[in-house]
Ligand binder design. Sequence first.
Ligand code: PGA
Length: 311
Amino acid sequence: MIPATLHQLKVFETVARNGSFTRAAEELLITQPTVSSQVKQLTKSIGLPLFEQIGKSLYLTDAGRELLATCQDIFEKLNNFEIKIADLKGTKQGQLNLAVITTAKYFVPRLLGSFCQNYPGIDVALKVTNHQEIQQRMLDNKDDLYVISNPQTDIDLVTKSFLNNPLIVVARKDHPLANKKNIPLKELNDQPFIMREQGSGTRDAIYKLFAENNIKVKVKLELGSNEAIKQAISGGLGISILSEHCLISEGKSGELAILDFQQFPIKRRWFVAHLSGKKLSVIAETFLDYLLQESPKLTFPSSSILAQLSR
Ligand code: PGA
């Protein structure tokens, strides 16, 4: 057996994850010389270099990569063990790591609020990011659960669909099409358009519809946030296509309108997913059940508000 302590493995894993001795020291609240000496002792025990420094960058060697995978396995098992022990003691205690797609931020935090009240011993780390980054997080096995709107085909996932996620055309209230009904899709041609960034699932769904119907909008601006897009629409920069959930806080007096285009809404669904090989912790299973049970009870913009917005 290699005489490595858990502390040394933790220090090594933190350096490898951060790609830096300094950042690892900051994260672990220890000094950088302590980090260096722990990694040095571990390297000596293993008998092969774990890192390679090229210029300012730190790279893992083959031995380092093997050790990192082993460490991640050990820490995940220890974490699950702690959670199981807490569960046996009758308390649900531990950490839930969630990653959700941008638009899910309009409802997941609300669900988490009530979930955390029911389970005060559970700490949650919530990452909100776009489709492409979620995919990378899945490949890196970073989280327990993912809330996504179109499950990947190239990653082996267990998914459950739980809510509608319609995409709608949004414009400023004084837009010339705001009072029209059943607008033909070709009217989108040459409209100044505000598009989500590369890697966005919303963007992919929009371009799919455009390609199928030979629509060419004028992309005036690309923005990486739904909220920024709403502001740009209000500022008169153009129209966009967003998830209906983005209008959750819009009221009658808001500045936005839903345009009544043919072929809209684009019908999509929300899914909760996890890697198919992953054994869910008790905490993750508890949240999964909670999400499936409570999400149908969520109140979204009432149909009357949406009707006013789409007038
Ligand atoms: P996005 O995801 O934030 O990547 O656009 C939303 C979606 O796919 O519906």
